[in-house]
Design a protein around this ligand. Structure first.
Ligand code: BG6
Length: 513
């Protein structure tokens, strides 16, 4: 979100943004460097930063993992995950410049000796690359090893900045804990080693351009904010639907499920950005103070309301994109009688002055009819209909987060002809048309912000715990109930049938996927 440092450049490839000033020199230690996240998201994001001159030559990436590998092996493998062919950024000279900054370190995450050697290695990289002692530790390992790494960093003295002029920061991937208690324990562990100002809990949704634009849309314009409250808004629907299944992540997903994986993090982030008050200033403290107030205003689930207001689901076999796909229980690594949720829909009440009486309907799921992430604001109808025989056309404003990034306002217009007929029409803004194709990868934005010391788009200890506080009673109720009747929706559908009732009972409908 560091707007000053980033300028659009005419020489940039479509959608590209170059940094006016490169970030501080630094060493990035990537724990879990041989993992899926590192390969698919982090390496391309770092390359994007290097390509766009946000990371200067005075940067080193030290991949840390258990696998034995040489610097060369790692560099070669990393090269395979960078853009190729006609993709933006596929430029050989830039790639080799970036790859020259990569190093590898193999060690166990709980081995003090490995971390002692790591400290030495960082000293060497510091002098070799003139990195000024700045260090960013990125926890991209399975969550079970987070506390080991944090403990070893502390023991090796790597938790503190090397000098008064340098910094040491840590990025921690989601999931941050698997319930409230474990999140609290992890926060405790982290804060025993690091100061909160050094800690960057990442949720990649906050790095998406369209998610950041929610702040600009709401607080950078005068036109919508006066309507953004219970006087004009009937309800809010937030959807994060995926077409993909569990892919090769069954080991993780079996113990997570959609509620932990998506609602506790991404979907509640979207809820906070939709419902928050305007921050006094645009900085990490002010923005995060306003976001947490939303979580604290959400009416807690009770044993009774969980069964009324939360629906869970799991996909069975079905068709996606015209092709047959297996059910969740048939996916490799999934138990044949798994009770893991791959879909959740729920109704929330934000009990404050702005939102009293406005229901928020949230849903997320895997293997749904199509990928779609959006925030839809449904406005109240006109108070009195003067056009006889015509139904009241409803107005909605839809923030399309992905895949067709944009904003769409729908209202009723007179259809041409002798009669006074009303037809729904839309006014559309599309990112693609306004700004050209492509946008900065979410991870690139967030890593760049962290290197620049801007925590606005990261989670704080209290907000992670507030999100778990909301989700915990649901997990608890599910744990104590008999196994759900899974599977209860076919892959490629809109989710379980019972979901429609959640809105229908209030006389509303879900938007079609
Ligand atoms: C991750 C979840 O955090 O977000 C995944 O663990 C999910 O299960 C992914 O697929 C969705 O992210 P995006 O950016 O593809 O919407």
């Amino acid at each position: 979100m560091n707007t000053k440092a980033v300028v659009a450049s005419e020489s940039a490839p479509a959608g590209g943004f170059f940094c006016e000033v490169p970030s501080d020199p630094c060493a990035i230690v990537m724990f879990g460097a041989s993992g899926d996240l590192a390969r698919r998201k982090l390496l391309p994001a770092l390359y994007d930063l290097s390509f766009h001159a946000c990371l200067g030559p005075r940067f080193r990436l030290l991949g840390f993992a258990r696998t034995e590998m040489t610097d060369n092996d790692f560099t070669q493998k990393a090269g395979e995950f960078l853009p190729t062919g006609n993709q933006a950024g596929a430029q050989d000279s830039k790639k080799s410049e970036f790859l020259k900054c990569l190093r590898y370190f193999s060690g166990n995450y709980d081995d003090p000796e490995a971390f002692r050697r790591l400290a030495q290695r960082l000293e060497e990289l510091d002098s070799e690359g003139q990195l000024g002692g700045n260090r960013l530790f990125y926890l991209a390992t399975p969550p079970e090893v987070y506390s080991h790494v944090i403990e070893q960093l502390k023991k090796a003295g790597l938790n503190k900045p090397k000098s008064e002029k340098s910094w040491a920061r840590i990025i921690i991937e989601k999931p941050f804990g698997h319930d409230l208690e474990s999140a609290k324990e992890l926060n405790k562990k982290v804060l025993e080693a690091f100061d909160e100002s050094q800690v960057y809990r990442i949720d990649h949704y906050l790095g998406k351009e369209t998610v950041q634009n929610m702040l600009v849309f709401r607080f950078g314009n005068g036109i919508f904010e006066p309507l953004w409250n219970r006087n004009y808004i009937d309800s809010v629907q937030i959807t994060a639907a995926e077409e993909l299944g569990v892919e090769r992540r069954a080991a993780f997903y079996e113990s997570a499920g959609a509620l932990r994986d998506m609602i506790q993090s991404h979907v509640l982030q979207l809820t906070s950005l939709t419902a928050m008050e305007a921050p006094a200033t645009f900085d990490a403290t002010a923005v995060r103070n306003e976001k947490i107030k939303v979580l604290q205003s959400i009416r807690p689930f009770t044993k009774e309301s969980v069964w009324k207001d939360v629906i869970r689901g799991q996909y069975g076999p079905g068709q996606v994109g015209g092709k047959p796909v297996p059910g969740y229980r048939q996916e490799p690594g999934v138990k044949p009688d798994s009770a893991t949720d791959t879909f959740v829909a729920l109704k929330l009440h934000v009990d404050n002055w702005r939102w009293s009486g406005v229901p928020f309907y949230l849903r997320t799921g895997k293997r749904l009819a199509q990928p779609l992430t959006e925030v839809a604001i449904q406005f109240k109808s006109a108070p009195h209909m003067v056009f006889r025989g015509e139904s009241n056309e409803t107005n909605s404003l839809v923030l399309n987060i992905q895949p067709n990034e944009g904003i769409s306002l729908s209202f009723g217009a007179k259809s041409p002809g002798a009669q006074m007929r009303i037809q729904p029409v839309t006014m559309d803004f599309k990112y693609k048309d306004a700004f050209g194709g492509g946008s900065r990868p979410a991870y690139a934005t967030l890593i760049n912000d962290c290197i620049r010391g801007d925590a606005t788009l990261f989670d704080r200890a209290d907000s992670v715990e507030a999100a778990w506080t909301l989700v915990d009673p649901i997990l608890e109720a599910w744990k104590n109930a008999s196994p759900p009747p899974f599977p209860n929706y076919p892959a490629g559908s809109d989710g379980p049938r019972a979901v429609e009732d959640l809105a229908a009972i209030d006389g509303r409908h879900w938007r079609p996927l």
